[in-house]
Design a protein around this ligand. Structure first.
Ligand code: ZN
Length: 389
């Protein structure tokens, strides 16, 4: 253990950092009544990072009031390593928690609290790892990145990618993966398809244009496309090794004896790495447009949210190799999506790896195993040594 230097002594220990991060509600949600600003979390992180010598950039997310990204940089120059986390959490179900979700509670060798593993806790560990190096000259910068709105719109990561920030060579996102490196995940798309025709008396089909019949044809086309994609694309790294398309909900019509004037379908698509979201949308449009034309139906087809692209970093990438060596695990694929596609888009070789389990994320009684703390700090220090020193 290197001698505790003056700068490092200004920052509290891991448990205190974790307590203070958990105590600040920073839920993000598409429903306004659940949505909080993340400003207080960003300022708390800044208050620890500044005395350690980090340069701070606090960037308001354009068009999203009260939301901020933080880029904290130690050292300078091209290249460097980003340790990235999101400052927000999901909403919580108060009645199902055994302890206060905003109070770090220790029991059964675990720390319980909302955001312990997903993933405000990661910041405490990243800062703990960083503090050992604050007085050493870094060859390449160490950047701690804290983003907004990962759990809702990913607006923070989208804004960073649009601005091409931060500039670095490597990025590790500390989502809960049980400290196993993750180099790929599927994308997420949620789409809305609507046909509008004209109602009329059911006794004479010529009196109207039936949106439900149009949808029936469209459903067949969607399932045919799904089969086609599942025959074309397969990736054995994933538990579900093909792209999926789920018909989620459908609404249409009002009465058996009226021609159905409107029918709307919502569906979800999970593309594999290598599949382009835009091409998928075009392929769907090519099938449903002729149905609308032939049946004289108005067609609306649009995303319900902007979507998360699939993500993949090459097996032989330097960061993948480094994380595999530090953890003793080979890089894998996961079933959840992250901000990785946007950090990649900003130019960084990106990997997902952090303490805690995704099984506890988004659940009542979210926790982080105490046994994960020391290995997490050790692995992060290893990355800093390898990529910054
Ligand atoms: Zn997360």
């Amino acid at each position: 253990m290197s001698q505790m230097n003056e700068k490092a002594a200004t920052v509290p220990g891991v448990k205190t950092m974790m307590e203070r991060l958990i105590a600040i509600p920073s839920i993000s949600s598409a429903s306004a009544e659940w949505d909080y600003s993340n400003e207080a979390v960003v300022h708390l992180l800044a208050s620890w990072l500044e005395p350690l010598g980090f340069d701070l950039e606090i960037l308001p997310v354009p068009g999203v009031p009260g939301k901020f990204n933080l880029i904290a940089t130690l050292g300078s120059g091209p290249g460097g390593l980003v340790l990235s986390g999101h400052t927000d959490t999901v909403p919580f179900d108060d009645k199902r928690w055994q302890s206060d979700p905003f109070q770090l509670t220790e029991r059964d060798n675990r720390w319980y609290g909302l955001g312990t593993c997903d993933m405000k806790g990661f910041f405490a560990l990243a800062i703990e790892a960083a503090r050992e190096y604050v007085d050493q000259p870094l060859k390449e910068p160490l950047i701690i990145l804290a983003t907004a709105d990962e759990e809702s719109s990913m607006s923070g990561a989208r804004a960073l990618a649009a601005a091409g920030k931060p500039k670095a060579r490597y990025a590790v996102i500390g989502e809960p993966t049980g400290l196993r490196p993750v180099r790929m995940h599927k994308g997420i798309m949620m789409e809305r398809l609507k046909f509008e025709g004209r109602s009329g008396h059911s006794s004479n089909p010529a009196l109207g244009r039936n949106a439900l019949e149009g949808m029936h044809e469209a459903l067949n086309e969607l399932l045919a496309l799904r089969s086609q994609w599942q025959e074309t694309y397969r990736n054995p790294h994933f538990k579900v090794d093909v792209p999926t398309l789920n018909l989620g909900c459908i609404h249409g019509g009002d009465n058996p004896n009226r021609i159905c004037a409107q029918c709307e379908l919502h569906f979800d698509l999970r593309p594999l790495p290598g599949m382009s979201m835009e091409e998928l949308r075009q392929a769907i449009l090519q099938q449903v447009q002729p149905i609308a034309q032939r049946r004289e139906l108005e067609l609306e087809f649009e995303p319900l949210f902007e979507g998360v692209p699939p993500f993949e970093t090459a097996e032989d990438a330097a960061l993948v190799k480094a994380c595999e060596a530090l953890t003793g695990h080979s890089a894998q694929a996961v079933a959840f999506a992250t901000e990785a596609p946007w950090l990649q888009k900003a130019g960084m070789e990106t990997l997902v790896m952090g303490p805690g389990s995704i099984d506890q994320a988004h659940q009542p009684d979210e926790f982080l195993e105490l046994a994960q703390l020391e290995p997490a700090v050790r692995i992060l220090k290893g990355l800093i040594r390898q990529f910054c020193l």
